[in-house]
Design a protein around this ligand. Structure first.
Ligand code: SF4
Length: 251
């Protein structure tokens, strides 16, 4: 794959599946920290940002990115349904890691007024709620990006078990540096680097999203079992096909 400099990547589609395949092959067996440093140093990713939910495992990816380049843009989608603890955790991690380019995107007020005036859409149409509170705001934030970095891991659920490190979505490269990390790998990284834990993790919240759609995970359950409990829904729609909604977004 040809090396790309930030200022020359202005046309879409910018990345192809062949690019993703080449990157997957090139970085096979290379640790995530080394891979990110190389990608940033070479400008391979073009205009890139990290999308973080500031959930229970977010500190690992953000720490890795901060080590590679603390000026990397970090995007947080605030659905206006977040836990106060998550907002506080975000502040903690930003300060601790020295991240200098942070943005918060929120749902469009006009869309909320038209489609979720009561604020209760999550209770009868969670897919529609995610679409207006997560998918649309993130789609807005991704305009102008050539690539984005996600914290997804293959072990998180059966829907992610074949997750590659590099994917292409609508001509945009999506990087999953932690795709092959296990829960033990994450825990070890937390300990080695003395990273702060999300304030709600100790209470049993193993995967944290919006307040109405997050519950405690019981022993033996899939780590994401606490998301949208009672609904046939496992993703929030920001991953997978945003266009046809075949996989609705999850942070
Ligand atoms: S996780 Fe729940 S509250 Fe948050 S956007 Fe999706 S349906 Fe709405």
């Amino acid at each position: 794959m040809a090396s790309r400099a930030v200022d020359v990547i202005n046309t879409a589609p910018r990345f192809t599946q062949a690019d993703a395949d080449a990157l997957n092959a090139r970085f096979a067996g290379v640790d995530a920290a080394t891979m990110l440093r190389a990608l940033f140093a070479e400008g391979t990713l073009g205009r890139v940002a990290v999308v973080s939910s500031f959930g229970t495992e977010s500190a690992v990816l953000l720490h890795l990115v901060a080590q590679a380049d603390p000026a990397t843009p970090v995007i947080f989608v605030d659905t206006l349904k977040m836990f106060d603890e998550t907002l506080a955790y975000r502040d903690t991690l930003i300060e601790r890691f020295g991240l200098t380019n942070n943005s918060v995107i929120q749902p469009d007020p006009a869309v909320l007024a038209a489609k979720d005036e009561s604020g209760l859409r999550w209770s009868y149409d969670p897919d529609g709620c995610c679409a207006i509170r997560k998918v649309e705001p993130l789609a807005r934030a991704k305009v102008g990006l050539d690539s984005w970095i996600s914290g997804r891991k293959a072990f998180q659920s059966v829907t992610r078990e074949n997750l590659p490190r590099f994917e292409v979505e609508d001509g945009r490269l999506k990087i999953n540096p932690l795709a092959d990390w296990t829960k033990d790998d994450l825990d070890r990284y937390f300990e080695e680097h003395e990273l702060p834990r999300h304030p709600l993790e100790a209470a049993g919240y193993l995967s944290i999203g919006c307040v109405p759609c997050t519950s405690i995970v019981q022993p033996g359950e899939d780590p994401r079992a606490g998301r949208w409990r009672g609904w046939d829904k496992v993703e929030c729609g920001i991953h997978g096909s945003d266009g046809d909604g075949s996989e609705l977004p999850v942070f």
